[in-house]
Design a protein around this ligand. Structure first.
Ligand code: NAG
Ligand code: NAG
Ligand code: NAG
Ligand code: NAG
Ligand code: NAG
Ligand code: NAG
Length: 457
């Protein structure tokens, strides 16, 4: 176990001093701590191998593998803690915080032109793509997850803000420069630090919060044509874009993250809107609904789904449909029972987060969408999914739910843990969106140079 210490003398000293300083632990305990890390990783690996092999070897489900597989492969580590008998040996974590206590992230200190310069525009840290800013901020503010010693890091976070170059014409972010900005950042870190070349970026983490994630284009066909930049293909991408099937723009190791909604705005809405126990709007939607959507290189906005909704339900008194922006729309969500979340150009939309945060049942109309953090947010229990082709039947479907299981769904939706999981905060809160990102990274420890090296010794 002593071998775990790094060959670099300075580093070992640094780490030890840091541990001593931070936890005030005697050296003996530090060794135990390292052993713990080592065993945790070994167990994690063996369990993964077990799951993978049992999956390929037999289709007759063994009870254990079945439980774990059905919970999806993102919960291997939690399954480890919950379902093996090594648990007692490892001391079961008392709370969620303990789960992450060994994870270490190094945040590159890039020149400000790659990130903070963009904050001169206040919208940069508040609009729907701002998770790139929020995650950077939360990691930078973290005392225990962030490490200043890159040799101690499991993952390397590369903070580049690509969605803050707002067009003066339409106010949307222009992301034409995203590829060159990222490429330049990668050039910077690969020439100034040894870690990129060591793994070709395998343990490096980027945020791609725009419509089609790592393809960096708002239009699907162009996005697919341009593809994921070659230099990002080995890295881990945190992206809002997610589909259940293969797509060239998610053909990379990735974690689906929620779009950014300011927790402050949610808090304000909750404080200021008097609910009086009453949600008076049955179905709510506010946003772009074109009467005659244009054929833009073979595609129609929202695959015409929003147009169908508008045509079919605009005269229905139970549907409150609005086509124009309004500053106070969050209080409308808070006063609604069902909130429609149809696709736009991309399948995801900020409405998913706003609806959950304000307790309006999301009605997801975006075939095959892959939603963020399924191990923390039980989407099938707190939302409804309506197929794009069934959108004309919305009225009937929602009335059926109202008559049967609506209150069950609402009760599960109003769980503070569910709502917390989709919001990013300036400082990581247990169970919040940045916490969930880290928890997802924990499942990818096989990419960590440190952990793999520790195991091979
Ligand atoms: C774990 O081990 C204990 C004895 O140490 C045993 O009683 C228990 O049944 C085991 N649990 C599982 C899930 O194997
Ligand atoms: C911002 O976007 C515009 C339009 O796409 C582009 O010409 C300009 O180079 C971008 N600015 C930077 C600093 O990348
Ligand atoms: C990493 O590799 C590139 C390309 O081979 C090289 O130019 C660069 O100097 C290397 N970086 C370091 C820190 O050695
Ligand atoms: C809540 O709203 C009231 C006014 O409606 C205001 O006085 C109070 O400061 C607000 N509280 C918070 C925590 O924002
Ligand atoms: C949309 O436009 C493309 C050309 O850009 C054309 O090939 C296609 O037939 C059009 N589709 C419809 C449904 O009008
Ligand atoms: C509620 O009922 C609808 C059908 O009426 C069903 O599709 C949906 O899965 C149910 N949701 C829950 C959480 O029970």
């Amino acid at each position: 176990m002593m071998e775990l210490k790094t060959p670099a003398k300075n580093r070992g000293f640094y780490v030890r001093m840091k541990l001593l300083r931070k936890h005030g632990r005697p050296l003996q305990q530090e060794k135990t701590h390292l052993c713990f890390r080592y065993y945790k990783w070994l167990l994690w690996l063996s369990l993964s191998l077990y799951i993978i092999s049992s999956f390929f070897i037999t289709h007759k489900p063994i009870p254990l593998s079945k439980t774990i597989l059905s919970k999806s492969n993102t919960v291997v580590s939690r399954a480890l803690f919950e379902s093996t008998n090594f648990t007692t040996f490892l001391q079961q974590p008392k709370n969620k915080q303990d789960l992450l206590k060994d994870l270490k992230i190094y945040v590159y200190d890039l020149p400000s032109q790659y990130n903070t310069d963009w904050l001169a525009n206040e919208r940069c840290s508040n609009h729907l793509f701002a998770s790139e800013v929020a995650i950077h901020r939360a990691l930078s503010n973290s005392d225990d997850i962030r490490t200043f010693d890159p040799y101690e890091a499991d993952f390397f976070f590369v903070p580049v803000y690509v969605s803050c170059n707002f067009s003066t014409v339409n106010g949307f972010p222009a992301i034409g420069h995203a590829r060159s900005l990222l490429s330049s950042a990668v050039h910077f870190i690969s020439s100034n630090y040894p870690f990129w070349n060591r793994s070709q970026g395998y343990d490096h983490v980027f945020v791609a919060s725009h419509d089609y994630g790592a393809c960096f284009h708002a239009m699907e066909q162009r996005a697919i044509k341009e593809g994921i930049p070659k230099f990002l293909k080995r890295s881990i991408i945190l992206q809002t874009f997610g589909l259940q099937h293969r797509h060239p723009c998610q053909d990379v190791e990735n974690v689906v993250i929620p779009p950014y909604i300011s927790p402050e705005s949610v808090r304000k809405t909750l404080n200021e809107t008097s609910l009086a126990g009453h949600r008076g709007i049955f179905v709510f939607f506010r946003g772009k609904m074109e009467m005659h959507p244009k054929n833009i290189s073979g595609r129609f906005y929202s695959k015409k789904v929003r147009t169908v909704i508008w045509r079919k339900f605009k005269g229905n008194r139970r549907f409150y449909l609005q086509r124009h922006r309004l500053a106070g729309f969050q209080s409308e969500i808070l006063r609604s029972v069902f909130c429609l979340c149809p696709l736009g150009w991309a399948p995801w939309s900020p409405r998913l987060v706003e609806s959950v945060a304000l307790g309006c049942v999301p009605v997801i109309i975006a075939d095959s969408i892959r939603l963020p953090f399924p191990s923390a947010v039980p989407w099938p229990e707190i939302s409804l999914t309506v197929a794009e082709k069934d959108v004309e039947k919305l009225g009937m479907i929602l009335e059926q739910v109202e008559a049967t299981n609506l209150s069950t769904i609402q009760r599960k939706l109003w769980d503070p843990e569910v709502r917390r999981a989709l919001l990013f905060h300036d400082r990581i809160q247990e169970g919040d969106a940045t916490w969930q990102v880290l928890y997802s990274l924990l499942q990818k420890l096989d990419r960590s140079h440190r952990s793999v090296r520790a195991l091979s010794k």
